[in-house]
Design a protein around this ligand. Structure first.
Ligand code: FAD
Length: 344
């Protein structure tokens, strides 16, 4: 494990700069019924990347009734140290109990940053902790960068339904806090070589009074996670909102369906299916992109696709600079042939 000291200069306001001493980035790893949320692993991967640049260490914290095995797994996914807290009072997530335990660790270790996956529970925990410790919180960030000169975290926070993205930093209070949108960053595959992190139990000082509600039943509506789809057909404004032929193609090749943001903004398709910096990021093997211009906010959503096939009627379209295969023509003329050709 990397050794570090918690030797920090406490400062407030615009002049707050990171101490050159060893720094610690905390990641809250969320689990439900013994299954870790994928976004927590993605956040761990990003924390590792940031920590490597800053010379920091990554400490994960995982809570539940029995979570030692999960802690061991997290230690192979980028954490230098995984703190795990076990108690029957932590079996189900409740903001009161979880925030009390994480708050005590923040006070004890004084980490420089705390990153949490932007799930419902993660968002609730982050908001509660930010109030308790008096820290700033960048909510649902879609990018995390390091500010040159200060080493502080800069988070890109989408607002107004994704029509703007503000770059924020937590200039007051500690730790710097951010919740991170799922599907943006890459998780590190478990490996005995990565991190070789340690795991350590933490004391859980909770009484039944700390848990003000009991979970009787949980109904989770899983939203479509395009970021995990193998194949995706994505349509843009070039479709003029006519999805019949693109949908036929998607059905034929068993692909998921995504759209560019303006289609969702105009109410022509569900916002959950938007691809891009303020939507989902694809990691598919293949994406067929139809009638999309390839603006930068869209392009970041297909950056990690292995093979991009684009159809556009403008030979100078930006999308042709991002695609592996470029088809110049009218999507409505080409689609029937393409779908027929791809019939299995
Ligand atoms: C802060 C911010 C965040 C944003 N986030 C996102 C985001 O997450 N995702 C996103 O998608 N956008 C986002 N946008 C919007 C983005 O900048 C572009 O405006 C948007 O991606 C354009 O969508 P489009 O390509 O579908 O439409 P257009 O730019 O209008 O492009 C339509 C394309 O279709 C082609 N076309 C037209 N007819 C046909 C046809 N019959 N056959 C083939 N091709 C045809 C045209 O040549 C053109 O290239 C964001 C913008 C801002 C300011």
């Amino acid at each position: 494990m990397v050794a570090w000291s918690n030797n920090w200069e406490k400062c407030d306001g615009e002049n707050m700069e990171m101490n050159e001493e060893k720094k610690e980035i905390f990641v809250f790893v969320e689990q439900t019924d013994g299954v870790v949320e994928q976004v927590s692993l993605e956040v761990l991967g990003k924390a590792r990347e940031i920590a490597n640049k800053l010379g920091s260490s990554v400490t994960a914290i995982i809570l539940g009734e029995k979570v030692q095995d999960l802690a061991r797994d997290a230690s192979k996914r980028g954490a230098d140290l995984v703190l795990f807290g076990e108690s029957p009072l932590l079996k189900d997530y409740t903001t009161e109990a979880y925030s009390k335990v994480v708050e005590s660790q923040i006070k004890e270790r004084d980490p420089d940053a705390l990153l949490i996956g932007a799930t419902h529970n993660g968002a609730s925990l982050a908001a509660s902790l930010a109030i308790k410790v008096g820290a700033g919180l960048m909510a649902h960030v879609v990018e995390l960068e390091i500010e040159e000169g200060t080493g502080m975290l800069l988070g890109s926070v989408p607002g107004f339904g994704g029509s703007i993205v503000s770059v924020c930093k937590c200039s007051k209070g500690r730790p710097q806090m951010a919740t991170v949108r799922p599907g943006i960053f890459r998780a590190i595959e478990p490996s005995n070589d990565v991190g070789n992190g340690e795991i350590a139990p933490i004391q859980v000082n909770l009484s039944p009074l700390d848990k003000k509600c009991n979970v009787l039943e949980r109904n989770v509506k899983r939203t479509k996670e395009l970021s995990r789809a193998e194949r995706v057909v994505v349509v843009g404004l070039g479709s003029k909102g006519d999805f019949e032929l693109p949908k036929k193609l998607a059905a034929e090749i068993e692909a998921d369906f995504g759209v560019s943001r303006p289609l969702a903004d105009r109410g022509l398709y569900d916002k959950e299916h938007v691809v891009g910096s303020t939507g989902q990021s694809l990691n598919a093997n293949v994406a067929i992109v139809l009638g999309v211009s390839g603006a930068s906010h869209f392009a970041s959503g297909i950056r990690d696709v292995k093979t991009v096939i684009a159809i556009n009627n403008d030979p100078k379209s930006q999308i042709f600079k991002q695609a592996d295969y470029c088809v110049n023509g009218d999507m409505f003329e080409i689609l029937p042939y393409l779908t027929e050709e791809l019939k299995t």
